[in-house]
Design a protein around this ligand. Structure first.
Ligand code: PMP
Length: 299
C-alpha cells in the first residue's frame, strides 16, 4: 500500500530502496514512542508542476519538535527539501503525502542520545478523512496534558492518544473524534485542528493545548485576506453543539466539513458555510490556481 519493490526513500543522507532499508529493533523510538515526524503534502499545481506546500514551515517544525524532545538534529532544511523533491521524482509522485521521521538509535535507557536518524518516505495521497461531510463524536479521551508532554511537538508517542480516540469513534459508528483538553475545552481531532462558525465568525481553539497546525495558520491567513472575522479562544462543547457549521483542517485532511457533533446537526448547509469558502480557497492556494489566474489576468 505504501511502497513496492521500486519505491525509493531518503535514509540518512542516501536514497535507498524502501524494501531494502533496515531499522534497529532495539531502537528507543520503537520501544518508547520517542521520535518526531512531519506530515507534508505535495500537489500537482494547475500548471502541472510538483509543489510541496509550505515545505519550510514543515521542516522548521520537524527541527523544533526534535529540539523540544532533546533529539539531536543536524540536518539542513535546503538539503532535506532537495532530497524530498528527488524522491517525489524518483517515485513518479505529484499528489503525495510526505513523511519525514526522526528516530533514535538503539537505547533501552532514558539517557540522551548523541545521534539521531532520519527517513523521508512519500506515497500517493488520497483524502485522509474522505471528502464527505463527517459525523463526529466528542471523545472520551482528552488530549495529552501539556504539563506531561511537549504538546507543540509532533512526537510519535502522542499519537497513541490519537489512535485510541479515532478507533473509539469508528467503533461507535462515527467518522471521527473531537477531543477536549484537560480543562474540558474543545481541542482538536486526532490528526487535525478544529474551526466552528457562529454568526459569521470563525472560532478556533487557542494555542496551548493543541498542535497549532500549519493548515490552521494558513486558514487564519486566508480569513484575514478575505475579511472573515476569526477568534482564537477557549471553546466549550455547549458553544459547538448546534452552531452554524464546523470543519476540521490539517495537511492530510485539508478542509473537511462536519455534518454533526454527537448527532446534533450544524444549522447551515455546508455549501452555504464559511468552511466551504475556505475549502475552495485552500485548494486554490495549494494547487497555485490563484497564482495561475493572476498570471492570466496580467498577460
Ligand atoms: N492536530 C494534530 C494532532 C495533528 O496530528 C495534525 C496533523 N499534523 C494537526 C493538528 C494539523 O496540523 P497541520 O495543519 O500542520 O498538518
Amino acid at each position: 500500500m505504501y511502497y513496492n519493490d521500486n519505491t525509493f526513500i531518503f535514509l540518512n543522507g542516501e536514497i535507498v530502496k524502501a524494501s531494502e532499508a533496515k531499522t534497529d529493533l532495539y531502537g528507543q523510538t520503537l520501544h518508547y514512542g520517542y521520535g518526531v515526524f512531519e506530515g507534508i503534502r505535495s500537489y500537482k499545481t494547475s500548471e502541472g508542476k510538483t509543489k510541496i506546500f509550505k515545505e519550510v514551515a514543515h521542516f522548521d517544525r520537524l527541527k523544533n519538535s526534535a529540539d523540544a524532545l532533546n533529539l539531536p538534529y543536524n540536518w539542513d532544511n535546503d538539503d532535506l527539501i532537495k532530497a524530498t523533491y528527488e524522491i517525489l521524482k524518483l517515485n513518479d509522485l505529484q499528489d503525495a503525502y510526505i513523511r519525514p521521521l526522526v528516530y533514535a538509535p538503539a537505547n533501552m535507557s532514558f539517557v540522551r542520545n548523541s545521534e539521531s536518524f532520519i527517513a523521508i518516505e512519500a506515497w500517493e495521497m488520497k483524502p485522509f478523512l474522505g471528502d464527505e461531510l463527517l459525523s463526529v463524536m466528542t471523545s472520551s479521551f482528552e488530549r495529552p496534558n501539556p504539563k506531561g508532554f511537549k504538546i507543540e511537538a509532533k512526537a510519535t508517542g502522542h499519537y497513541v492518544n490519537s489512535i485510541l480516540a479515532s478507533q473509539e469513534a469508528k467503533a461507535k459508528g462515527y467518522d471521527e473524534a473531537l477531543l477536549k483538553d484537560m480543562k474540558g475545552f474543545v481541542a482538536e481531532a486526532p490528526g487535525a485542528n478544529f474551526f466552528v462558525e457562529k454568526n459569521n465568525v470563525l472560532y478556533t481553539p487557542q494555542a496551548g493545548n493543541i498542535l497549532p497546525g500549519i493548515t490552521r495558520a494558513t486558514i487564519l491567513e486566508i480569513c484575514n485576506r478575505l475579511g472573515i472575522h476569526t477568534v482564537e479562544k477557549n471553546i466549550t462543547l455547549a458553544e459547538v453543539h448546534g452552531a452554524d457549521s464546523a470543519f476540521f483542517c490539517g495537511t492530510a485532511a485539508e478542509v473537511i466539513g462536519i455534518a454533526s457533533l454527537d448527532k446534533i446537526l450544524f444549522r447551515k448547509e455546508w455549501k452555504d458555510s464559511l468552511g466551504r469558502v475556505i475549502q475552495k480557497e485552500y485548494k486554490n492556494l495549494v494547487t497555485e490556481k490563484q497564482k495561475q489566474q493572476k498570471l492570466e489576468t496580467v498577460s
